[in-house]
Design a protein around this ligand. Structure first.
Ligand code: PRT
Ligand code: ZN
Length: 289
């Protein structure tokens, strides 16, 4: 049995639960603190995201899903967390950046221009480490929410906050000056896991890999003139080798293959220019190699 801590209610919650469902786990998310998976030796703990690294370090939870920014802040704050927690998997969702921002009418003169300035943030330890590395001493004000309003109410000269689209900064008259950290959701694990729990985690990670590989690929089926089959096969990367089936019409073959999402349109363009027709594109649910 392994205890997985996830955010009770926030930006990570839906994606974390969806990932676990895609990994085949069956469970109910009730309003309670705990909830078992019915078909996997795992129990969910629903917590505030900021508490998850410490709970994993202390063994209250065995694994957890948090923003990397929250993990790094907790590690910079506590040596105990730094030595008792590892990243098990990078999960690819909740991507964001932690950035310094200043009033938009100001000219940014580099990080050195923040010397002696007041900076409001919810991530004082990451900011402190960053500034110390640049030889900048600033007056860091830790505030837990609505950091973006600090300059307009005269509380700070600059802020350090999470940015995703940038619209919160813009609507508060601020501009992004410096990215100090890029973050995504990560699965963390404690150092205390028994060999039995490591086996459960390995099974879960195997499933996460199958899900994330599938999301990065598409299954395609196409008809190709047999005369250009060699050139078409050379375009297709496939898992091993594409499947080729002759069609009733002798001059044509059907080709099945898997293509990466990131080069998908480029590959489709090249296939079409070699005479591929009737191209079907299908999502892949799981991909086990
Ligand atoms: O209640 P609890 O403590 O559990 O939640 P929380 O309020 O501390 O965290 P939550 O749910 O807001 O965010 C959880 C995690 O999501 C963060 O730690 C990040 O890793 C990640 N994440 C991804 C974000 C964003 N994108 C994001 N855009 N967290 C916060 N924001 C906020 C940001 O603080 C700012 O106010 O959204 C605003 C900026 O968004 P844009 O799109 O306007 O730039
Ligand atoms: Zn939080």
């Amino acid at each position: 049995m392994i205890k997985l801590a996830i955010q009770k209610s926030g930006r990570l919650t839906d994606d974390s639960l969806e990932l676990m469902r895609e990994c085949g786990l069956d469970f109910n998310k009730s309003g309670t603190l705990k909830s078992p998976a019915f078909n996997f030796p795992l129990e969910f703990l629903f917590l505030r995201d900021d508490d998850i690294p410490a709970y994993v370090a202390d063994g209250v939870a065995d694994i957890g899903i948090v923003g990397e920014n929250v993990l790094v802040e907790a590690e910079a704050h506590s040596a105990h967390i730094k030595t008792h927690v590892d990243i098990a998997e990078r999960l690819g969702f909740s991507r964001c950046r932690l950035s310094l921002a200043i009033p938009k009418e100001q000219v940014y003169g580099g990080v050195q221009s923040l010397q002696g300035k007041r900076i409001a943030t919810s991530f004082p330890h990451i900011l402190q480490t960053y500034l110390a590395d640049k030889g900048v001493v600033a007056d860091i004000h830790e505030i837990s929410g609505s950091v973006e309003i600090a300059p307009s109410i005269g509380l700070a000269d600059a802020i350090c906050d999470i940015v995703s689209s940038g619209s919160t900064l813009m609507s508060n008259g601020l501009k992004e000056a410096e990215i100090i950290y890029r973050s995504e959701a990560v699965m963390i694990q404690g150092k205390h896991l028994t060999s039995e729990q490591i086996k459960v985690l390995d099974d879960l990670r195997f499933r996460i890999h199958a899900v994330s590989r599938a999301k990065k690929t598409k299954y395609i089926v196409l008809n190709a003139p047999t005369s250009s089959l060699d050139r078409i096969l050379a375009i297709l990367p496939g898992i091993k080798s594409p499947t080729v089936t002759p069609l009733a019409d002798k001059g044509w073959s059907a080709v099945h293959s898997v293509v990466p999402e990131d080069t998908f349109w480029e590959i489709i363009g090249r296939l079409r220019s070699e005479g591929a027709q009737g191209i079907l594109v299908l999502p892949i649910e799981k991909m086990i190699v």
